[in-house]
Ligand binder design. Structure first.
Ligand SMILES: [Zn+2]
Length: 317
């Protein structure tokens, strides 16, 4: 490795030979981070440790113009004079660029220190009494750790809060759903009860619709006969037709023929009263009551039968 020299051409010392410890200590200049600059300022309590000048501007506006510089305590490129004056004195840090070998100074003191360091000044800087560099660094590490943990705690608390809100929202949605379903079933049940009274004059129970969480039940209390079940279906359809915007219902003879003749006559009257479109298909018209037949005759649209009245002209059996 090349020998290391300090000084000028006329006054040069080969420190690799004369002072190998110093040769190893002197490293190339390294930049200082903003975080370290804050520590250096705090270390000297924002005052130049040599002359006491304020290192921080009072006015916030002028903060961008610096009053301080970060200086090497043991010079990075010592002059022969400095080398001789500081010979044998303690040096801080592993090398000239260590955190420990730098300090904040006012600009004036820095320019003096750069070329003409006195033993007194140097010792003053080494024993800077305000704060130990080690404690300062440790304090900073712990503060960063604390800030990080606080951030994590905040994030966790926020997460728990959102999770709680989510379950409250879920419960609210579920309650609203239950409420809506009970309003819906109540309206339909009232209408079905009204229609049932018209058809049966309170001789038979009306069907009752109820919703549970994921299901529904539709029953006619104290009656499970097939005719009653179909009657219930027809009453439900007419109720929905009356209560909603549904424009049309279609009932086939298959459903209608299960219902007693007297009840069917009343149901026909309900169809007629509805102002919406009702389409029904009926066979064996003559088996119904006279009144029923009269209503059917008045409202028939299409009459199919044998002897030329087949749909598409062809009998299917
Ligand atoms: Zn100063």
């Amino acid at each position: 490795m090349d020998d290391k020299y300090i000084g000028t051409r006329n006054n040069k010392i080969n420190i690799s030979k004369d002072d190998p410890d110093l040769a190893a200590y002197l490293k190339e200049r390294a930049s200082v981070t903003d975080a370290d600059i804050r520590l250096y300022l705090r270390e000297v309590n924002f005052h130049c440790p040599l002359c006491g000048k304020d290192l921080q501007r009072k006015s916030q506006k002028k903060r961008s113009v610096k009053l301080f510089e970060i200086a090497h305590i043991y010079p990075n490129s010592p002059t022969v004079e400095q080398h001789l004056k500081l010979k044998g004195l303690e040096r801080l840090g592993d090398n000239s660029e260590s955190f420990d070998n730098k300090i904040a100074l006012c600009k004036d003191c820095h320019s003096t220190q750069d070329y003409h360091t006195t033993k007194e000044d140097y010792l003053k800087l080494i024993k800077n009494p305000n704060l130990s560099k080690k404690i300062l660094k440790r304090h900073n590490e712990l503060k960063s750790k604390k800030d990080e943990l606080e951030m994590k705690n905040d994030a966790y608390n926020k997460f728990i809060e959102l999770k709680n809100n989510e379950s409250i929202d879920k419960k609210r949605v579920s309650n609203i759903k239950d409420q809506q379903l009970s309003i819906l079933s109540s309206k339909i049940n009232i209408e079905m009860n009204r229609l049932n009274n018209i058809i049966y004059k309170e001789e038979n129970n009306a069907p009752i619709l109820s919703f549970s969480k994921n299901n529904y039940s539709f029953v006619t209390p104290e009656n499970t006969g097939t005719g009653i079940a179909y009657k219930g279906l027809v009453i439900f359809d007419i109720s929905v037709l009356n209560l909603t915007n549904l424009p049309i219902i279609v009932h086939d003879s298959f459903i209608l023929k299960q219902i007693s003749d007297k009840a069917f006559e009343k149901i026909l009257e309900l169809y007629i009263k509805s102002e919406k479109q009702v389409i029904i298909a009926i066979d064996k018209k003559n088996s119904y009551t006279d009144e029923t037949q009269k209503i059917l005759d008045e409202s028939v649209i299409l009459n199919l039968g044998s002897n030329g009245n087949e749909l598409f002209g062809k009998s299917w059996g």
